[in-house]
Design a protein around this ligand. Structure first.
Ligand code: GAP
Length: 461
């Protein structure tokens, strides 16, 4: 991971946030390549799940919502993690994560009574911790304070006063913006159930132990879908989304199949709103980590908002003249985690000469932040190369580079994952053709300039 973090910073994928002020704990900024990579992934998701489907629409709701939204959704009451503090060094930790880590290191490790991950009852965690199986990862002491529930909602105040009436939360999930707009969307879009609403945007959680680079942060991005269906059809809708998510990760984003797995969450580990859920995990350098959760949220949220808002959020189905509260299947993905997964999946070290290694980012063309490199063979050929750059940058994100030998430029292009590079020299250019080099095979091919756009399109750029 540390190699990737250093690489990400040097090449402009991800920087430490507020670096010149010594940073802010666990805050990260996406640099030119990281921002474009994340945008590409988001756009592929929108293209696949919104543009290409007649049963999907897009929404962009506000981050700050009426606080009653979060009372109704259950987040104010129960969106919390078990927190424990070391009485000696005063560091704070998630009890469930320390237990899981101990279990990973020693398979014979026994778990607390009624173990249910972060949902394990506090009294069981406290009895267990008092028995002394867990040492503080920071100072190795076993002198723990009582395990308490810590609410993960981040809040701020809106307007000119800072009293309780001005309190607003920063949304911990984008989903609720979709639920509260369900009648608006159904009415204005004229979609009939089953249909889904997709939303991309920032979410905030006051995580106790943010870690692993951009994997778990307090500010992150989600790409979520709430798919509304008729009660009774939710099980089959769930199955179809399992397949859709699999297809998205392995075909659309082109992740290696062996790096993705799907695991069913046991009943005791399900969030308060969920009847059934599967996690999609990616094999990061630190182990398997969740990138997405597919949940059957039933009618929990719409019902809760009906109760709290006293508004009718039910749906009249014109196909059979029935009225019901729709069920919801939710494929929820962490865009920040997905961007990290894309970087891990692409990262490759090719043993070079003299014991050096060359890094090649093998992004699939559709995912790559920059699609085409345009390089004049020598600086003197800048004019035709610039002409070509203008032509291609109408269609693709391109990189122009004239510094150093052509070999060095190919190497720089490989390092940032540019799938195709063009070397421009006048002899071929005047004949209306250029050589295109393939990043992965290193092979070069002569292509007519008039066919270049189509050529890169068919390659998936
Ligand atoms: N609306 C459902 C929901 O929010 P979740 O499993 O809590 O479900 C969905 O979150 C996804 O959001 C996760 O699979 C993960 O990819 C991402 N996510 C959650 N917390 C995160 C954090 N602190 N940092 C980065 N990504 C996070």
């Amino acid at each position: 991971m540390s190699t990737l973090v250093t690489f990400a910073k040097t090449r402009g994928f991800v920087y430490q946030g507020s670096e010149i002020y010594g940073g802010l704990a666990n805050s990260w900024d996406y640099g030119p390549l990281g921002a474009t990579l994340k945008e590409n992934i988001k756009n592929l998701w929108i293209k696949n799940f919104v543009q290409k489907r007649k049963d999907m629409v897009l929404l962009d709701a506000a981050i700050m919502m009426n606080p009653n939204v979060w009372v109704a959704s259950g987040h104010v009451g129960s969106f919390s993690d078990p927190l424990m503090e070391c009485k000696d060094c005063h560091t704070r930790h998630r009890a469930d994560k320390l237990i899981e880590e101990a279990l990973e290191k020693d398979a014979n490790f026994t778990l607390p009574a009624n173990w249910a991950g972060d949902k394990t009852p506090l009294e069981d965690l406290n009895t267990y911790i008092a028995g002394g199986p867990i040492a503080c990862p920071n100072c190795k002491s076993k002198n723990w304070g009582e395990v308490k529930r810590f609410n993960l909602m981040l809040s701020t105040s809106q307007g000119t006063t800072e009293d309780a009436t001005a309190l607003v939360y920063l949304r911990p999930e984008t989903a609720q913006g979709i639920f509260v707009n369900f009648p608006n969307i159904a009415r204005s879009s004229r979609k009939k159930i089953p249909f889904g609403v997709a939303q991309c945007g920032k979410a905030f959680r006051n995580e106790i132990t943010p870690k692993n680079f951009i994997f778990r942060t307090r500010e992150f991005e989600q790409i979520e879908i709430e798919y509304f269906c008729k009660p009774g059809t939710d099980a089959e809708t769930f199955e179809s989304w399992l397949q859709e998510e699999d297809r998205f990760f392995t075909e659309v984003l082109g992740f290696k199949k062996e790096n993705v797995r799907f695991v069913e969450i046991p009943k005791e580990g399900l969030p308060h709103y969920s009847k059934r859920a599967w996690d999609f995990e990616y094999l990061f350098p630190f182990g398997w980590g969740e990138i997405s959760t597919l949940a059957n949220r039933t009618d929990y949220d719409l019902k809760a908002h009906m109760e709290h808002s006293k508004q009718d959020l039910s749906y009249f189905d014109p196909f059979d003249n029935t009225k019901y509260i729709p069920y919801v299947v939710e494929p929820s993905i962490g865009l920040s985690r997905l961007t990290l997964a894309a970087m891990c999946d692409a990262y490759d070290e090719v043993p070079g000469e003299e014991w050096t290694s060359k890094i090649v980012m093998r992004f699939a063309p559709q995912v790559a932040p920059i699609k085409v490199g345009v390089f004049p063979l020598i600086k003197k050929f800048a004019e035709p190369a610039n002409e070509l750059y203008s032509l291609l940058s109408e269609h693709f994100v391109c990189e122009y580079d004239e510094a150093g030998t052509i070999g060095k430029r190919y190497q720089r292009a490989d390092e940032i994952g540019i799938p195709y590079s063009i070397c421009v020299e006048p002899e071929n250019y005047n004949l209306g053709q250029v050589t295109v080099r393939d990043r992965d095979s290193g092979e070069q091919e002569m292509v007519q300039i008039s066919e270049l756009v189509e050529y890169f399109r068919t390659k998936g750029c």
